[in-house]
Write a protein that binds this ligand. Structure first.
Ligand SMILES: [Zn+2]
Length: 278
């Protein structure tokens, strides 16, 4: 699932290719990805609208249009937002949900195999309400260790669940929560309110570290994730625990454990390196 680093990569790829371009002849082949807008109104707003800017908020791609509206795309498990500067191959055409030509021979495509992703169109007021519900961006300079601790205060939830809660902190999902907790030596099931200030500061540093490194690597491709030009990321080579259940811990050689008991998602950890008394 695209998390902060994957969506950041998509945005960096798309931004120079979309900025200033008109969305010509937009076509929507499946309407079930739309949220809060009819397909006819969606297409009417898009048609010949110009892209002013492409940014990221949490795990969402935000395309600001000249009309002032924002098209917000959340690719989730199987979606990909790609600009092609050539004709699409048959296999690439297969799962196209939305396409528009950009007036320079390039094509913007939103493709989604299982259509788990969503697209919405927000005016300024609805955008402000939308973004206000999401927590702060963890890679900004204003996001200090104190801010991190403050966002996690007052909850008995498992720490892994708390750092993945988008209302508390933006952009962290299952992959980077697993990785950051391992690097910080914290048991993912620990109660957030029982963690020490030292542990939280350590986790603050590892969360930022894995997100930064993954942005630099162009994200993690484990299944369907593709960047904004259809390529793959490389952070999967750096993963220490995610997807490695049953393998040896890189630090102590203990067999890594995978559990679904914390939040229904796969949590992989080392019971030795991530125990309370370490
Ligand atoms: Zn270990």
């Amino acid at each position: 699932m695209p998390e902060l680093p994957e969506v950041e990569t998509i945005v960096r790829d798309l931004s120079p290719r979309l900025r200033g371009r008109p969305l010509r002849n937009p076509q929507l082949f499946k309407t079930d990805v739309l949220r809060g807008i009819s397909s006819s109104r969606f297409l009417r707003v898009l048609r010949n609208n110009r892209v002013e800017d492409v940014t990221r908020r949490a795990k969402h791609v935000v395309i600001l249009l000249a009309s002032g509206e924002r098209m917000v795309v959340q690719p989730r498990m199987t979606g990909a937002l790609i600009v092609y500067d050539r004709r699409l191959r048959a296999d690439e055409r297969r799962y196209v949900v939305l396409r528009a030509t950009l007036g320079n021979g390039s094509i913007l495509v939103y493709r989604d195999v299982r259509r788990l992703g969503t697209i919405t169109l927000l005016d300024q007021a609805r955008w402000e309400a939308y973004t206000a519900r999401i927590g702060p961006e963890p890679l900004t300079s204003e996001f200090t260790g104190e801010r991190f601790i403050e966002r996690l205060s007052g909850t008995k939830q498992a720490i892994k669940k708390a750092i993945m809660d988008q209302r508390r902190i933006a952009g962290v999902g299952n992959i980077y929560a697993n990785e950051a907790l391992f690097r910080a030596g914290i048991d993912p099931s620990r109660r957030t309110d029982l963690l020490s200030s030292d542990e939280l500061h350590r986790l603050y540093r590892t969360v930022r570290h894995v997100l930064r490194k993954a942005v630099r690597a162009g994200g993690t491709t484990v299944r369907d994730y593709r960047n904004g030009t259809g390529g793959i990321g490389s952070y999967q080579r750096t993963l220490l625990v995610y997807g490695r259940g049953g393998d040896h811990c890189t630090r102590c050689r203990t067999i890594l454990t995978t559990t679904h008991a914390i939040d229904g998602r796969a949590t992989t950890f080392c019971w030795r390196c991530q125990s309370v008394a370490r």
